[in-house]
Design a protein around this ligand. Structure first.
Ligand SMILES: C[S@@+](CC[C@H](N)C(=O)[O-])C[C@H]1O[C@@H](n2cnc3c(N)ncnc32)[C@H](O)[C@@H]1O
Length: 163
C-alpha cells in the first residue's frame, strides 16, 4: 500500500487496533469505551463497541480508561471530550498538535503527554499490522495515568501539560 492509499484507508476506517505491548506497558485499564466488535485481545474487563456506543454510557467514576478512539472527526472529538471530563485515563492519538482537539481540549485539561519516538504498528482486523504515515502520541489525564506515562518504558519525549 503506498502513502496515498494508506492515508485514504486511515481516514476511511476506524479499525486500527492498539498493539498489545502498549497496553502491557501502560495498563491495567478498567474500561475501553471504543472497542472493536471482535477484539484481537482483551484490553479491559469493561468495554463498549460501536453497536453498544461508548458515548451513550455513563462510565464508572473510578474506571481507569484506555482510549484509542475512532478517527472520524465527530466521534473522535466527542470521545476525547468525554475522557477529559472523566479525568482518569489515557489516549493514543495522532500527533497533530495544531488541530482543535489539542488546542481546545487536551492542552487545557490533560496532565501530560508522551511524543512517541517510533511509529506504532497497529493491528488490523485481518490479523496483519501496519504503521500509519504519521506519528502517535499518548495523552494522560489524572495523577495515576500521569505517573504511568512518566515511568513507562516507551521511547519518546514526556512533557507535563498541567500540574
Ligand atoms: C482505532 S480503533 C481502537 C480499538 C481499541 N480501543 C484499541 O485500542 O485497540 C477504534 C474502535 O472504536 C470503535 N467505535 C467506533 N464508534 C464507536 C462508538 N460509538 N462506541 C464504541 N466504539 C466505537 C470502532 O469500531 C473501532 O473498533
Amino acid at each position: 500500500m503506498d502513502t496515498r492509499q494508506q492515508k485514504n484507508e486511515m481516514v476511511s476506517s476506524d479499525e486500527w487496533y492498539t498493539p498489545k505491548w502498549i497496553i502491557d506497558e501502560l495498563g491495567p485499564f478498567d474500561l475501553d469505551p471504543c472497542a472493536p466488535m471482535e477484539p484481537p485481545y482483551p484490553i479491559a474487563p469493561l468495554s463498549y463497541n460501536k453497536e453498544q456506543d461508548g458515548l451513550a454510557h455513563e462510565w464508572p467514576s473510578t474506571a481507569v480508561v484506555w482510549m484509542n478512539p475512532p478517527y472520524s472527526r465527530a466521534p473522535l472529538r466527542a470521545f476525547v471530550e468525554k475522557l477529559s471530563r472523566h479525568g482518569n485515563g489515557m489516549a493514543l492519538l495522532v500527533n497533530r498538535q495544531d488541530n482543535l482537539l489539542f488546542q481546545d481540549i487536551i492542552f487545557p485539561t490533560a496532565a501530560s503527554m508522551l511524543f512517541m519516538r517510533h511509529r506504532v504498528k497497529f493491528l488490523r482486523p485481518d490479523g496483519t499490522s501496519g504503521s500509519p504515515f504519521f506519528g502517535s502520541c499518548l495523552v494522560a489525564w489524572g495523577h495515576e495515568c500521569d505517573q504511568r506515562l512518566r515511568n513507562c518504558g516507551i521511547e519518546g519525549k514526556y512533557v507535563v501539560l498541567n500540574e
